[in-house]
Ligand binder design. Sequence first.
Ligand code: PLP
Length: 456
Amino acid sequence: MKSDDSTEKSLLEKDHAYTWHHISAYNEKSPPMIWESAKGAWVTDHEGNRYLDGMSGLWSVNVGYGREEIAQAAYDQMKKLAYVPMTQSHKPAIELAEKINELLDDEYKIFYSNSGSDANEVAFKLARQYHQQNGDPSRYKFISRYRAYHGSSMGALAATGQALRKYKYEPLAPGFLHVAPPDNYRRPEGMTVEDYNRHCAEEIEQKIIWEQLETIAAVIMEPLITGGGILIPHRIYVEKVQEICKRHGVLLIIDEVICGFGRTGKAFGHQHFGIKPDIVTMAKGLTSAYLPLSVTAIRKEIYDRFDTGDDNSHFRHVNTFGGNPAACAVALKNLEIMDEEDLFDRATELGDRLLKELKCLEDHPFVGDVRGFGFLLGIELVADKEKKEPVLNGYMTKIMAECKGNGLLVGRNGDTVAGFNNVLTLCPPLSCTDEDLDFIIAVIKKVINGNTTFSQ
Ligand code: PLP
């Protein structure tokens, strides 16, 4: 299977010469993998090495790789009608909007864009315009949480609470404020999880009051913080944040870019907490990343403020590629596969087993906490269990490299959260077989149990 040396060398050399990789610096000792093909949960690189993709690409390939029906749906749609500007409409966009309404189990208007960042930018603009047209023009600020990631554009990055991604590009969009999210593992000693989560939600209310409530447009949050280290709130927190928002006329934007489309065992992560967001943003799992597509869903009652018959009340936002017909056809086929294969329930089944099997790692000297929600898992590594001091970069890098050496690609909470880059993350395709899951569990146990004495 190995390609001849000259091809291999020239591909890597060309890669280094011409392509600029996202977020990571080029590292000669550990050059980027050149992916060649993929099927199910497994990817093959250009040398024929196979790896189980424990991160579904970037938390996105929910139905797994190599789905011919999805490729066929894109092909058929491109042949029939390749493009429509979304100032007009087309059948796949309409059917997809109807399907998303069904999954949200309420009446929402669906606005299409291309990425999670775009979807959040749309949410911010919609929220500001809504307040202007609702007689509250001074409401322009957004409250978000530290450790959360909401995207790479100037507004979405301003909402992001990860300093290392931001500080070299500041000043970003003004009007974004942050509070601490609940981090149950690190809650103050002696405080119950319930009291702590109530307290964290109250911090949002304090922020609203200190900032003058007439200036606050919306709160944006993920149902649980994913990329920032798998921080799972207690139900009390999410319910209370919604109640605070309602009481103060603040919109609640829920970012379902990772948590949506089965990842947590339901269509959307927020459905575990019984809340009804005003705006929901989604991307990644919507097409399982086969093509770019994102959605900002806005509650019908809020949309009504944009549909008043007044010439000046519409939403002046357009993008060229959003709602591309092939991308919508791909999304519909992707959601059909999820239905047919019952992948939401499968996510719960896989995630429950993964958490149960790996919980015992908490006996390991460097494993502080193993936590999971749906088919998402975080393993928080600490150098000192008493002080909960995070392990340093070297330990994380070694663990990740050894997982890769054993054929498993795992993630971590970026190199982005100042001081807390110590959570190993897993977000495998929902289509994993039982054997795939056994493989993930075996590699993680082997690697972590083999690293009990690493000196930092
Ligand atoms: N929101 C969340 C929660 C994300 O994890 C991401 C990307 O990882 C985004 C928004 C931004 O999505 P995109 O990379 O498609 O712009």
